[in-house]
Structure formats: C-alpha cells, structure tokens
Design a protein around this ligand. Structure first.
Ligand SMILES: NC(=O)N[C@H](N)C(=O)O
Ligand SMILES: [Mn+2]
Ligand SMILES: [Mn+2]
Length: 403
C-alpha cells in the first residue's frame, strides 16, 4: 500500500489518470489522440520476495512512468497513437499465497473468484488482506477486473534479466523470445513422531530423512533427466534435449512439526518449484517425480500428499512486439553510445513474469536489462545507472514509434 502511494504520485507527475483496482493493482493511463483505440498495457509488479533486491519488478514500472513523463513534458503524450496504460501489479511473486500472478491474472481474467479465498500460512485469505487495506473486493468486482481483449493492443514488460547472459555477451539490453513454464508443488510427508533418544533407528518412520531423500532424488532427476525419462517411457529425444538445457528445480521452503531438537518429527512440508521451456517435458518430470515420491515414502512407511499449487505454461513472445522492442533498444543504445556494432541479443527467460498471465489476454513482448552477475532475489541484485538509462530510453523509443 505504501508502494502504491509512492508510485501513484510518480504516475500523476507524468500526467497519467490513476486508480487502484480491486486486486490492489495500480493503473496510470494516458488516453493519447485516440481514447477508444486498443490500448498498450505496460508495466510490471510492485511486490517482490523476502530479502530481495530493488530492481525486480520496480525497474519495469519506473521505466514506463519515466518514458511517459518525458512525453508529458515534451507535449507528445496527448499525441500518442493509442492509449497507454501503466499497470503496477500487486502480487506476481506468489510468495505469500503460493499462487502467483494474482494481480496480472485478475486483469487477464485467468482466475476464478474462489481465488479470493486462498489463504497464507496463517490462514489469512486474499480477500481479508485486501479488505484490511480498505479494498472492498467482492467475487463480482474481482471477476469484473478482466479486461476485454478487444480493448487491448498488447502488453510490454521491461524487466531485469535475473540471469548471466546479457553480462556474458556484453550487452545492456536483450529481447525476450519466450518464458519457461513453471509448476509449484507443496509436498507434505507424515511419519510417526517420537522421542529422539528412545526410538531405535530400525523402528523409525522419520519424515525428515524421507524428505531429504525425496529432495536429493528430485535434484538428480533434474540434473540428468535423460537417465530417468526415456522415449519408450514418455519423452521424445527433442523433449529430453530441451529438458537437459532448461530443466531446473528448487526447494525454497521447508518446515517441520513440532520442530524440536529432541523430537523425531511427525510431519515435514516443503515446496517444489520446477521449470522448463518444454511444457510436455515439465509434465513428464512432474509425473515421474510424483511416482518416485510415492515409492520412496512407501519404502520408508511414511505417507505423503502432493498438492499442485500453481502451473503456468511456457509463453512465446509476439514477434511484432519483439521486433519493435529490438529496434527501440538499438536506437536507445545508438543514442547513448553512437553506433552499435552488434545486433540486440534475444534470449529465453527462466524467471516467470506477469507477461505469462497477460499472454492469456493479449500479445506480449519483453525487454530484458542486464543485471550484475545475473544475481536476483537477493540484496546483491544490481543494475548500473547506464543500463537503467538504456532501459528508459528504449521504453521511450518504443512508445514514440509503436505501430
Ligand atoms: N511467478 C513467478 O515466476 N515469479 C517470479 N518472477 C519467479 O520467477 O519465481
Ligand atoms: Mn521475482
Ligand atoms: Mn519479477
């Protein structure tokens, strides 16, 4: 809510009409010369992860507002060939409720109204959090957030790369070809709680050690999918090849009950985040992993529950937007450095973005900005001033020349 107040002021300084919708997304719109034309939506997310950096999400919002402010100052804003609407999305990371894209998903209309009843670890629901912040959302007003696809020309997002490629190729900007698909699971393993000092090792049904084995097996599967999945099983050679270069898995959270050093746990819960460019391959990995989880739990006489918390298919960015972003990036760099000898690179995104949700509403394009060491989701996340500058100039050039 504090971020909304700060960003809303920036939007109004840039001459935008602002409002906050029932999912806490902040909108800033310039109608341009044709208020009823299909609008360009541009933006990113306001939220971030725990112990994060300051560029993930926010750079996309600031680049969009800054470019529009330049146009406001030089009188070009009202000459825009179509309305431009900046959206600062409320929840993209999905860290609190384990369902990501809550803000952009509401605008894209991909979620049912029951989403309002999703709760966090303290059983606080999305609906009550919004109401606590004086956003009187109802199921009806939630469903009304969906934009009419006919009113939207496209969605563009400027975002830090969160990876090492642009730094490696020595380029401040890159155009995103596509975004990897992702699945989030919650695995709960239950055993028999007991005294750490009295239960013989041979008689234990210890969910902590079972979870440890499950996590190691998942790591091995994701490091060597070809060893676990094969054609006659459910994966073609091309899928296996794609998995070998793009499959990643992470256990970011683990908790246990009763979490006491002299008690054999009764229950262990951990999160699984699995991503791959190939959706079929990702589904095959999830299927195979689930099978192995049940087998190992059976062998260890512990029970387990696998909950699917979130799935998002891979997204290919629209070539029309990508080519306009590419020329905007090169004109920005020419403006900064004189001529550029190389072509603006194109690359895939392993990170998820609001563009994944918005792709259900309209064509999407993304521009990546180099970040130091490719580090993100960490206080070490950093973008040098000149690259922030390049991102803003590229956004301005895109808006000035959008077709
Ligand atoms: N939904 C998401 O993917 N959120 C982050 N951007 C992520 O990549 O984890
Ligand atoms: Mn993030
Ligand atoms: Mn992000």
């Amino acid at each position: 809510m504090r971020a909304i107040d700060v960003i809303r002021k920036w939007m109004e300084d840039a001459g935008l009409r602002t409002w906050v919708d029932h999912m806490g997304n902040l909108h800033g719109r310039a109608d341009g010369a044709n208020a009823n034309a299909e609008a360009l939506l541009i933006g990113s997310h306001m939220d971030t992860v725990v112990d994060a950096g300051i560029f993930d999400g926010s750079l996309g919002i600031v680049s969009a507002i800054s470019a529009l402010k330049v146009m406001f100052i030089n009188g070009k804003l009202q000459k825009l060939r179509r309305p431009v609407e900046v959206i600062a999305f409320s929840d993209e990371e999905g860290v609190r409720f384990q369902t990501t894209f809550l803000g952009s998903g509401a605008v894209a209309g991909i979620f049912p109204a029951t989403t309002l009843g999703v709760s966090d670890k303290r059983d606080v629901t999305v609906e009550s959090v919004l109401k606590e912040n004086s956003i009187e959302v109802t199921e009806e007003s939630f469903l009304q957030l969906k934009y009419d696809p006919k009113s939207v020309w496209g969605y563009v997002e400027v975002h830090i790369e969160q990876g090492p490629v642009l730094e490696q190729v020595g380029f401040p900007l890159g155009v995103v070809k596509g975004i990897a698909g992702q699945t989030r699971l919650k695995v709960t393993v239950r055993g028999s709680q007991g005294h750490a000092g009295t239960v013989p090792m041979s008689m234990r049904q210890d969910p902590m050690v079972a979870a440890a084995e499950l996590i190691l097996v998942m790591e091995s599967l994701c490091k060597n999918p070809e060893k676990y999945l094969s054609y006659d099983y459910q994966c073609s050679d091309s899928t296996l090849k794609s998995l070998s270069s793009s499959l990643v898995c992470t256990v970011g959270e683990i908790s246990t009950w009763p979490s006491a050093s002299n008690v054999i746990p009764g229950q262990v819960t951990y999160t699984v985040d699995i991503r791959a460019i190939d959706d079929l391959g990702r589904e095959a990995v999830i299927y195979d992993l689930s099978k192995r989880i049940y087998q190992i739990c059976d062998k260890r006489s512990v029970s387990c529950i696998i909950e699917h918390k979130h799935d998002a298919g891979a997204v290919i960015c629209a070539s029309k937007l990508s080519s306009q972003l590419k020329s905007a990036a090169s004109s920005a760099l020419k403006r900064m450095e004189g001529d550029i000898e190389f072509e603006v690179p194109t690359l895939m995104s392993g990170a998820g973005h609001d563009a994944m949700a918005m792709s259900h509403l309209t064509k999407v394009g993304m521009l990546f900005v180099r970040c130091r060491g490719g580090i993100s989701h960490s206080p070490q996340e950093h973008v040098v001033d000149n690259d922030v500058w390049a991102a803003g100039l590229a956004t301005l050039s895109f808006l000035e020349n959008m077709q």
